[in-house]
Design a protein around this ligand. Structure first.
Ligand SMILES: [Zn+2]
Length: 340
């Protein structure tokens, strides 16, 4: 009872009078890794990424952990899949089932907290630069600090990158999502795997290079988990359900403390899904998730998995104290926590 009174007093006295109470931030598995940038290349089929001249993307997966067999939602369409990527739940749960700009009288938001919302609650700053106007459904008031949405249904990568670089340089958001639309635009206009789309993929790679350059310039690269993924692939001039060419997406994680050159498909029982982008971002940032979600933390990306305070460690084979010295080492001298 006494602790309840004290807790109530604490909450009353110290929490800021915003609409949501701040959630405590848990430990980060890599202490110095306190930022996340998710780059989604709309419509990027993994085999095309590998076939195109994409030196920046190649650099990321060669120095990171990756799979070219990750899967998006069953629907394999842009808006439901991106909302799943950023909420960790299936479209039937977040309820953004449409893929168009709807003439809604009132804006509708996902029926599940987004990465932006949870990151804000944990004291991180957030931003998005998106290439399609329908992404405004992610922009629930109070959850995204800096945003760019085009005024038209779709735009092209250069506009998005210009906005993303501006936001990055001016505000240095802790959590940033960049959505590049041109690969999908070229797929619908000319076809998946056509020379025109291959050229779009190569330009998307240059955009990724510009973002990496800005992170380097701002000395943020060594604190940032970079996740590269997509919302779907495609075949012919379309994409849709029940087609592995639409459903298969790349998933690349790169950054300090992340295993280098590690193909996650070496793990036969690990299926990486788009929901895992959300769960892995939250786990890396120490953001608690307070509901059942489909996504899971892809802990196999960590160089030092033994540092994880994981209940999956079998006490019969792992002495309880084994992780402690390493954990202390990992924390020593690492980057400090950023405020909002
Ligand atoms: Zn798409």
């Amino acid at each position: 009872m006494r602790s309840f009174v004290l807790t109530t007093l604490f909450v009353t006295l110290f929490l800021t009078p915003t609409m949501v109470a701040a959630a405590p931030r848990g430990p980060r598995p890599v202490e110095g890794l306190d930022r996340v940038m998710i780059i989604s290349i709309d419509g990027l089929r993994p085999d095309l990424l590998l076939r195109a001249r994409t030196p920046h993307l190649h650099g990321l997966f060669e120095n990171g952990s990756y799979t070219f067999w990750a899967r998006t939602t069953a629907a394999s369409t842009t808006l439901p899949s991106h909302v799943s990527m950023l909420t960790g739940v299936v479209p039937e749960v977040h309820a953004i089932m449409w893929n168009a700009d709807l003439p809604l009288a009132q804006r509708v938001y996902p029926n599940a907290p987004t990465l932006f919302e949870l990151a804000k609650k944990s004291g991180y700053t957030t931003a998005i630069a998106s290439g399609k106007s329908k992404f405004v459904t992610l922009d629930k008031p109070g959850t995204i600090d800096w945003s760019y949405f085009p005024g038209t249904l779709t735009s092209e990568d250069p506009e998005v990158i210009a906005a993303a670089l501006r936001i990055l340089r001016e505000h240095r958001p802790d959590v940033m999502v960049v959505h590049l639309p041109s690969t999908d635009n070229a797929g619908h206009a000319k076809g998946w795997g056509t020379p025109e789309q291959m050229a779009a993929i190569e330009r998307a790679d240059e955009s990724v290079g510009a973002l990496l350059g800005a992170l380097d310039e701002l000395a943020l690269r060594e604190r940032t988990l970079i996740i590269i993924s997509a919302d779907h692939g495609g075949a012919g001039r379309t994409h849709g359900p029940e087609d592995p060419r639409s459903r298969t997406i790349p998933w690349i994680a790169s950054g300090p403390g992340i295993r280098r050159g590690f193909d996650l498909a070496r793990l036969s029982d690990l299926d990486v899904e788009t929901y895992d982008t959300f769960a892995t971002s939250c786990a890396v940032l120490g953001i608690p998730i307070e509901r059942r979600i489909r996504g899971k933390f892809i802990s196999a990306i960590l160089e030092k998995q033994e540092l994880l305070q994981s209940p999956r460690v079998d006490p019969a084979t792992q002495p309880a104290t084994q992780a402690a010295p390493g954990a202390a080492d990992a924390g020593a001298g690492a980057g400090s926590t950023t405020g909002p």
